[in-house]
Write a protein that binds this ligand. Structure first.
Ligand SMILES: Cc1cc2nc3c(=O)[nH]c(=O)nc-3n(C[C@H](O)[C@H](O)[C@H](O)COP(=O)(O)OP(=O)(O)OC[C@H]3O[C@@H](n4cnc5c(N)ncnc54)[C@H](O)[C@@H]3O)c2cc1C
Length: 407
């Protein structure tokens, strides 16, 4: 029995049923895969083209994450989509992998077709409300209560209910309650890959403006994260892939607050110091506007306390220093984040230490498995979260089959 027909649950169902396990997948929503449909800007960034361990985040052991990720190599996951599901994929300049069609429905349909062919049964409009382990030692089983009063029994259960992010897609966090009810811990949960709220409301005046930026995150004076990519000003703060990527530094209320600094235009920025030192009649506004969007150029000049019409010849050393700071180390104070309503993933979950690395089976409750976002593993932006969902779902599906054949 698989609870949840998202990315992880569909893979668990496909691989369990292919191996001969009688498999039922229960899903709250009428049509499964809601999150896949909205993912990647409604194009579905199905995978990354490259992967490093540092692309993943857990409060548990990174060695365990590495072992799990190695168990189904990235090339094999890609071949599953391209060869087995017949979905042509393309790699974009960012290193992200998308369907050539840019249509997330192709991924959902491919997975549902594979699930049907595997022999698994899928039931929509079936929200699991309770999950219990019952029976005498040796003949234990799970009893599953559905919202509508139906009850189902199962030998083993995979909880693949996702996290708390974007609850309208069906992931309302109920899975964490099932884990707790069955004796598991759940590490602290926070929205991650989430737009950030600015402390200074004036940044909202730049809403809609986007540009490549490098964001450096500092804690206690030390750089703890640095990412470059597309950055977007919103009415409330900061978004775009690069802001989402550093957002987990601002998820948990921590003793020492993190600070964020922007280097506008990132690694492609001009030699600002040389440009501003060359003298002449050109104004600071004119020189900045050659490289930066007008509204941002003017905001940075204002923040450095300069008159935009100041010529480079009359720019004081002190003024140049202040402007350089705004261009290369612009302080963006973060007041919080937009929360689960817009977060792409949930940071935290069922601890890896309570799961067997070889199978993702619970160390506490035999026959209970976890896959996907409900586990305390999340990835950077760029296809890493789906990669985790595919690999962990595949792991559980294959493990259930091995467990049956060992009996
Ligand atoms: C807007 C957005 C864009 C994203 N884009 C990308 C991207 O491009 N690339 C990427 O790698 N990641 C992306 N992600 C993250 C990615 O979607 C998730 O990491 C991934 O979907 C997690 O898979 P999952 O199967 O664990 O959970 P989910 O996909 O959330 O699936 C869980 C399923 O379980 C069902 N369920 C929950 N509770 C119950 C219950 N009690 N009974 C029955 N069913 C239940 C839900 O209805 C849901 O269908 C994005 C996320 C969001 C929100």
């Amino acid at each position: 029995m698989v609870v949840g027909a998202g990315a992880a649950g569909l893979l668990a169902g496909i691989f369990a049923a292919r191996g001969g396990a009688r498999t039922l997948v229960l899903e709250t929503r009428k049509s499964p895969g809601a999150k896949i449909r909205v993912s990647g800007g409604a194009r579905c960034n199905v995978l990354p083209s490259r992967m490093e361990w540092a692309d993943f985040h857990t409060r548990g052991s990174m060695n365990t994450v590495r072992n799990l990720l190695q168990s189904w190599p990235l090339e094999d996951v890609r071949a599953f989509f391209e060869v087995e599901l017949g979905i042509p994929l393309k790699v974009e300049d960012t290193g992200k992998v998308f369907p050539v069609s840019d249509d997330p429905r192709e991924v959902v349909v491919g997975l549902l077709t594979a699930l049907e062919r595997s022999g698994a049964a899928l039931v929509g409009n079936a929200r699991v409300a309770g999950l219990r382990r019952v029976g005498e030692p040796g003949s234990e089983r799970f009893e599953i209560d559905l919202d509508d009063g139906r009850a189902i029994a199962a030998q083993c259960v995979c909880i693949a209910t996702g996290g708390l992010s974007l609850p309208k897609t069906g992931s309302d966090g109920r899975g964490f309650d099932f884990a707790r009810d069955l004796g598991h811990a759940v590490t602290p949960l926070h929205p991650a890959l989430v737009p950030l709220l600015a402390e200074d409301g004036r940044w909202g005046e730049l809403a809609g403006l986007s540009l490549v930026t490098r964001l450096n995150v500092l804690r206690d004076g030390k750089k703890v994260d640095s990412q470059a990519g597309d950055f977007l000003f919103t009415h409330k703060g900061f978004s775009g892939p690069v802001a989402l990527d550093v957002s987990w530094n601002f998820a948990a209320p921590s003793g020492e607050r993190a600070r964020m600094e922007a280097a506008w235009l990132g690694d492609g920025a001009p030699e600002w110091e040389a440009l501003l030192s060359r003298g002449g009649r050109l104004t600071v506004s004119a020189i900045l506007r050659e490289h930066l969007p007008r509204r941002l150029a003017l905001a940075l000049i204002a923040r450095s306390g300069l008159d935009p019409e100041t010529s480079l010849a009359s720019l004081s050393r002190e003024g140049r220093k202040r402007l350089l700071r705004e261009l290369c180390q612009c302080e963006l104070l973060v007041a919080g984040n937009e929360g689960y309503r817009t977060a792409e993933v949930t940071d935290g979950g069922v601890p890896l230490s309570e799961l067997r690395t070889a199978t993702l089976e619970s160390r506490l409750v035999p026959g209970l498995y976890f896959a996907g976002e409900i586990v305390d593993v999340c990835g950077r932006i760029g296809g890493f979260n789906f990669l985790w969902a595919w690999i962990s779902g595949h792991k559980v599906g294959s493990a259930v089959v091995s467990a049956r054949s060992a009996q």
